[in-house]
Design a protein around this ligand. Sequence first.
Ligand SMILES: [Zn+2]
Length: 260
Amino acid sequence: MAPVTPHWQQPSHPEIQQVLTSGDAESFLTKSISKIKLPPFGLFAKLDFPPCTPAPMPTYATVQMGRDSHLNLNSDLLYINHSCDPSLIFDTANLAVIAGPRGLEVGDELTFFYPSTEWSMSQPFSCFCGSPSCKGTISGAKDMAPSQLEGLFLNGHIRELLAEQQAQGVEREGDKTAEALRAALAQAEKAVEAARAALNSYVESVKGDKNTKKGGVLNGVNGYHGNGENGNGLAKEGLQRRGPTSRELSGEMGGDTIAA
Ligand SMILES: [Zn+2]
């Protein structure tokens, strides 16, 4: 956490927390050590108002306590660093800081998982907690994959916001699918147009042929109609014909039988 000039009387939690500082004004580091032993989920400190005060916006000195609400700690609890494998839990619904599932030993560094309270951090940073499960850049829960958050305590407002983000993701996936289908439809429409153009040009060429033979066909023995009445062989021939007849093409069937 960034250095901050305390405006509260230090130490604020002398019974439970020891604040260590190192470095100079340029690179000022702080960390906190536990003075007490606690069982898993034992109460470490309450987040009382005061000293806590509501904060309108997230800053490096606030803790997010709800979807749109933040608090200023105004105490040495501010010097509890982030870790991807934390010793403490900030339970904002109960305004309490409690031990993690391992419990707490005297001398343990006091840490909590910042994305368990923070959705979008005002000052992202690179984590060097050294835990095998270190997440690297910490910028708030909004930038973390569900797999990165597995097994970690998350406050209710973070779980809600993650669920909403996931639902929006599903919607975006749906949009992508619709987009792909629209592209496929456009391709299919082009193919249909090409097939229609090929058919029309084929029909035009056949029409030309038939028209030149029209006189011959109609002046033949019986014509198409007559074939059906006069002999099975010829009727079969009529049924097996392919393509439009001269009658159809000349409009005698009462309409254009070729799709335009
Ligand atoms: Zn880490």
